[in-house]
Structure formats: C-alpha cells, structure tokens
Design a protein around this ligand. Structure first.
Ligand code: GAR
Length: 196
C-alpha cells in the first residue's frame, strides 16, 4: 500500500509513521508528504528521513477545487492508495473526498465526538473533564466526524498543564497511529484490495 501524509505543522505524527514504515512495523510505503503551510516544521523532519514534500498552498489557486485537483494529480501520478491526515488543519473538500472515498483517515487529540475542531486539548482542559484521549477516524465532509476506527483514553490528573497533557497525548498518538494504519493494511490485504 502506498500512502501520502498530509500535514500542516510540526509533523511529529508524520515522523512516527515514516519511522514505523522504515522499520517494517507498518507494511506501507510513505511516498511523500503534502504540506499546505510553507516552511512548516514537517518539511524539515520529512527531508531528514528522505521523504519528498510537495508544498501545495491553497492561496496559490483560484478555488479549493483547483487546489485539490492539483493534489489529486500528484496522488494519481504516484499511484497513492491511501491518504493519512496528520495535523492537516484544513477540511477536506468534496473533490478530494470523492476521488479517495473511504481512503482518508485522520487523527484527532480528543475522544470524539467530544471536542472537535481547533485546540481540542485546550477545550478538554477548559471543560474540566478527567478523561480525554486520541481518536483515529475515517474522514467525511464534517469537521472531525466520520466513522471511528480506534480510540485511546488518557487520564487528566489534578494540576495537569497544557504542556504535560500535550506530551501525554502525543506519546499515545505516535504509537496508536502507526498501529492503526498497520491494522488497516492487514484488513485491506485480507480483502484483496492491495497486493504487495
Ligand atoms: C496532533 O496532535 C493531531 O492530533 C492534531 O494536530 C496535532 C499535529 O501534531 N490534529 C488535529 O487537531 C486535527 N483536528 P504533529 O504535527 O506534531 O503531528
């Protein structure tokens, strides 16, 4: 299976997935990264791991449709089977959703459906909940909606800070995302959708 990772920021999840793939723990190839933010840290991390990055910046296109059509050209050229959103801070539009129906997954730092959207970690702290977590789900047209594939709960301790909670969430993400992607690969292989 050939994957493309979409990222907008630090790229720590992208790096964890690339490492799992290179170590053979994830039987999928990460072909390239699509990054919508010029100069984002993910660029540096990917290049260190010798994974190409395509910067596709929406403001350089007349419409979201044209932006996504350009991305689809890259994906088709490289025969990408699966899209992995890892801190891609943008809603996927109908053009890309239709072209890769059922083949786009996302990670979100909360137990969805709680705290969708921006700053899920801050939302959980503000709400005073004692448990939050990480969700991996298929992407649909909504904001952090779509069928849930995997979740892991994380306890919020008394005196928990944004920094300490972020650290705990990211540690879980870096394990759960590669493992879940591997589970998807195995399922697809059993269904005979991909060979190799
Ligand atoms: C991750 O915590 C991910 O769950 C979150 O952005 C962070 C990206 O970190 N995604 C969302 O909030 C999506 N709604 P990273 O760039 O270091 O992988």
């Amino acid at each position: 299976m050939k994957m493309a990772i979409f990222a907008s920021g630090r790229g720590s999840n992208a790096e964890a997935i690339i490492e799992a793939s290179k170590a053979g723990l994830l039987e999928a190839e990460v072909s390239f990264i699509i990054c919508d933010k010029p100069g984002a840290k993910v660029n540096e991390r990917a290049l260190k791991k010798e994974i190409p990055v395509y910067e596709c910046v929406p403001r350089n296109f007349d419409s979201k449709q044209q932006y996504e059509e350009q991305i689809i050209r890259h994906l088709r050229e490289a025969e990408i089977d699966f899209i992995v959103l890892a801190g891609y801070m943008r809603l996927v539009g109908p053009t890309l959703l239709k072209a890769f129906e059922g083949k786009i997954v996302n990670i979100h730092p909360s137990l969805l459906p709680s705290f969708p959207g921006l700053d899920a970690i801050g939302q959980a702290l503000d709400a005073g909940v004692k448990v939050t977590g990480v969700t991996i789900h298929y992407v649909d047209e909504g904001m952090d909606t779509g069928p849930i594939i995997a979740q892991k709960a994380i306890r919020i301790e008394n005196g928990e800070t944004r920094q300490s909670l972020t650290r705990k969430i990211q540690a879980v993400e870096h394990q759960l995302y590669p493992q879940t992607l591997q589970m998807i690969c195995e399922q697809k292989r059993m269904e005979g959708e991909y060979h190799g």
